[in-house]
Write a protein that binds this ligand. Structure first.
Ligand code: NAD
Length: 254
């Protein structure tokens, strides 16, 4: 695992689940880390807590400016904040479509736009350090049932990752994404809690995984850390699956 000593990272949605595990891992490996979240109170010191909503451009800009000021610049952006949505195209109205796109896609665009000047400076000062990692999903390409809106947002995140990688490669800024499968985070906990029999639902979900278990937030964080680190210095414009073999093995849920 790479050493992040001296590097400065901003993690959106870093107060829970995958973002929380990533912020903790980067800090443990020596990075100075700022967490941007709707509710950053849950984050432990010494991480910098920034309350911001990725749907609000002014709050994102203010948080990024504060992070760069407090950390002395920014080398790494982990664009991770996101929300779910269930249903077919008939189940979500225009308001819901706009809102989930606003969080999952435009949220990443706003944060990247605010961070890019800082990443550009880092890339010039210390070539090989600047990286963006977007949290995408296997939903981007898997054709999951009952996930039309969510999948469309993650398809957009995937395309955005490729386009940004192309736009910024000559500036020394790498852009990649991770595609988690079903990761055991508070988000999935909330979905299971809403089921009639949460334990049975969890067992059914685990049985559908090729590995027989859910992906852990720590495992997704490890992949994000790899893509954020100089260890992956020749990798840009890729999606790294962290899905227990769900896509690569071409298995279908039973
Ligand atoms: P989570 O709900 O545990 O954490 C999401 C965090 O994002 C929360 O702290 C929340 O406060 C924050 N957030 C939500 N909306 C925000 C906004 N408007 N502004 C700022 N912060 C906001 O979820 P998670 O499972 O850790 O998911 C993180 C990312 O991983 C998401 O992008 C999600 O789409 C993706 N993902 C998750 C899974 C999974 O199975 N858990 C699978 C694939 C992809």
């Amino acid at each position: 695992m790479s050493d992040f000593t001296g590097l400065r990272a901003l993690v959106t949605g870093g107060a829970s689940g995958i973002g929380w595990a990533t912020a903790g891992l980067l800090a443990e490996r020596g990075a100075r880390v700022a967490v941007l979240d709707l509710d950053p109170a849950r984050v432990d010191e010494p991480l910098l807590k920034l309350r911001a909503d990725v749907t609000d451009d002014a709050s994102v800009r203010a948080a990024v400016t504060e992070a760069a000021g407090a950390l002395g610049g920014l080398d790494i952006l982990v664009n991770n904040a996101g929300i779910g949505a269930q249903g077919t195209v008939e189940d979500n109205d225009d308001t819901e479509w706009r809102h989930v796109f606003d969080v999952n896609v435009l949220g990443m665009v706003r944060t990247a736009r605010a961070c890019l000047p800082h990443l550009r400076r880092a890339a010039t000062a210390r070539p090989g350090t600047a990286a963006i990692v977007n949290t995408c999903s296997i939903a981007a390409t898997a054709g999951l049932p009952q996930r039309a809106l969510y999948s469309a947002t993650k398809g957009a995140v995937y395309s955005l990752t490729l386009a940004m990688a192309a736009d910024h490669v000559r500036e020394g800024i790498r852009v990649n994404c991770v595609n988690p499968g079903t990761a055991d985070t508070p988000w999935i906990g909330r979905l299971l809690d809403a089921a009639e029999d949460p334990a049975a639902e969890r067992a059914a979900l685990e049985a559908r995984q090729p590995t027989g278990r859910l992906v852990s937030a720590a495992e997704v964080a490890g992949a994000i850390a790899y893509l954020a680190s100089p260890l992956s210095g020749a990798t840009t414009g890729t999606a790294l699956a962290v899905d227990g073999g769900m896509q690569g093995l071409r298995l279908r849920p039973a």
